[in-house]
Design a protein around this ligand. Structure first.
Ligand code: GLU
Length: 550
């Protein structure tokens, strides 16, 4: 029996059968087939969603196919529930693969299985083929031998790795191999690289352009001792069989590219086009660094949900990170779906996009501003149900009141308010409408005290207060009070003759804003008054007697 049959004693599918089963995809000219191929290690980095979104857009913009493949051949790193997290994160953000696995673990599509652990016999058939062709060999190196090799290379200043004359098991005879197999010595299968490190090759990357590499000469492991392939080998087989035309992945894989290209060629396959994207970075003091799973909560895709960013805000933010012209496009196409935007790979930043909360918040505020009060209520209520029981209860017990609060400067407004970036902001924004949550801080009280005649102004206003005043009628009252108590009717008038006035109308308005909301900034005060109702408004205004005692 040959050593190859000893290694694979059980029947495996034939290469021809496999190639026949995975038919060439019948797609219109120019369609791109992309995939994301995450490993189920228990964490969904926002960078993973970023890459998935780019892959999905590139495929669907070209009427192509976007699929999901779970790369779970590294069983030691696998975390339970991780595949579900990947699938649910994708569906949560509406990045829907045409083929792959759904959130219930159900596989769909004609090019599966889409979990590498279910494709063992396919990989083994190709590994057997590589052995038959003399393009791979079993390697019996023990951990100790590999450690020793490393030390020797270090001492002699040689490049580390298993290659050329360092590759001890590369040229064993059939008899030597059989002896070792008979002795039950554990082994892996290595690729027998024909490369020469001194040769330079040029590879075209979709984003980084032409890159020079030394040719690969490493005899990398392609099948581990557990019979499963390594990522390097598995992805070559899968991307070929599944018809991937464009591999878009993180640039941590860039250095493996010469190896990958060599593996494709060794198998007689044409490599797909590769685009390596730089990770999302952030500023840390004066320097840039990758978003880190350990230090940055925003690295975890679950973060965005937990604080209540609408899904579209996250997606639009990521599109903006990918192509900075998205912002301009959105301004000119406010009501189109983001899917109408044409994402271009070559417009991605080659050095990595910078994460910026201010930008994310601005995009999110715009998106929330477009929601009707009813929609915002429903979305934030849903969010609160999962994430903030206190807010949930408050909204449930006061739903009409909260809806009318959320309507302020929203329903029918020309410029809807843009003070809410995420659903968790709502609690703070509605707090002062509830007497048991409302308070005025000492420094705000001092601000009222510092405004001349504030007590008299409030007392006067109580007399003329009318809940049904329009915004204009209310403001006219502010002007009347201003002129009565020596305040200018606007900032310009005040600045022309500051010694003639105690301030301008904004100081008068500020008294009421603080008394009613506890804040110096708020939405339209006349609308706030209407929403609060006269009893609550008058009770608050009457607090002036406690604030300023005679
Ligand atoms: N399984 C690899 C990873 O999780 C995929 C790399 C690729 O997209 O080819 O990083």
């Amino acid at each position: 029996m040959s050593f190859i049959d000893r290694i694979f004693p059980n029947p495996l599918p034939s290469i021809d059968d496999i190639l026949n089963k995975y038919k060439k995809r019948n797609l219109p000219e120019g369609s791109k087939v992309t995939r994301i191929a995450p490993s189920p290690t228990g964490f969904m980095h926002i960078g993973g969603i970023y890459t998935a979104l780019i892959c999905e857009r590139v495929a669907h913009q070209s009427n192509g196919v976007f699929f999901l493949r779970i790369e779970d051949t590294d069983t030691k790193r696998e975390v339970e529930g991780a595949t579900k997290l990947i699938c649910s994160s994708l569906s949560n953000y509406n990045i829907l693969p045409d083929e792959g696995i759904d959130s219930n673990g159900q596989e769909f599509g004609d090019y599966g299985p889409y979990k590498q652990s279910e494709r063992k016999s396919i990989y083994q058939a190709f590994i057997k083929y590589m052995l038959e062709q003399g393009k791979a060999y079993p390697c019996f190196a023990t951990t100790e031998e590999l450690d020793e090799l490393r030390k020797k290379q270090e001492l002699s200043g040689a490049r580390p790795g298993y290659y050329s004359h360092w590759a001890k098991y590369r040229n064993l005879s059939e008899t030597q191999i059989l002896e070792k197999l008979d002795a039950g010595i554990p082994f892996v299968i290595r690729f027998k690289s024909e490369g020469n490190y001194n040769n330079k090759i040029v590879i075209q990357d979709g984003l980084k352009g032409k890159i020079n590499f030394p040719e690969n000469d490493l005899d990398v492991v392609i099948m581990k001792s557990d019979g499963l392939p390594t990522y390097h080998f598995a992805h070559v087989i899968d991307d070929t069989l599944m018809g991937t035309t464009h591999v878009i992945r993180g640039d941590e894989w860039l250095s493996s590219l010469p190896l990958h290209i060599q593996l494709f060629k060794a198998l007689g396959f044409t490599p797909p086009k590769y685009t390596h994207i730089s990770p999302i970075q952030k500023m840390d003091g004066d320097s840039r660094r990758k978003l880190s799973k350990r230090h940055d909560p925003e690295a975890d895709v679950r973060y965005y949900d937990s604080v209540g960013y609408p899904k579209d805000a996250v997606i639009e933010y990521l599109l903006n990170l990918a192509n900075s012209n998205f912002e301009y496009w959105r301004r000119n196409n406010p009501s189109k779906s983001y899917k109408d935007f044409n994402l271009e790979l070559k417009k991605l930043s080659p050095s990595g996009a910078l994460f910026d909360f201010v930008k994310l918040n601005n995009i999110s505020k715009e998106i929330i501003a477009k929601m009707s009060a009813e929609e915002l209520f429903i979305n934030s209520f849903e969010w609160a149900k999962q994430n903030d029981s206190e807010l949930y209860l408050l909204m449930q017990q006061n739903s009409d009141y909260v809806k009318s609060i959320l309507s302020i400067e929203r329903t029918g407004a020309k410029n809807a308010r843009k003070d809410i970036a995420k659903y968790s902001d709502i609690k703070e924004e509605i707090k002062y409408f509830f007497d048991d949550r409302f308070s005025i801080s000492d420094d705000k009280i001092s601000e009222i005290k510092d405004i001349p005649s504030s007590k008299e102004i409030v007392k006067d206003y109580i007399e003329i207060f009318n809940e049904t005043d329009t915004n204009q009628e209310w403001f006219n009252k502010m002007l009347t009070l201003s002129s009565k108590y020596g305040f200018a009717k606007n900032a310009k008038e005040y600045k022309l003759n500051p010694s003639n006035y105690k301030g301008d109308v904004s100081s008068v308005v500020k008294i009421f804003r603080i008394l009613l909301t506890g804040k110096t900034q708020s939405p339209d005060l006349s609308e706030i008054q209407k929403t609060m109702g006269s009893t609550r408004v008058l009770n608050r205004l009457k607090q002036i007697d406690n604030i300023i005692k005679d």
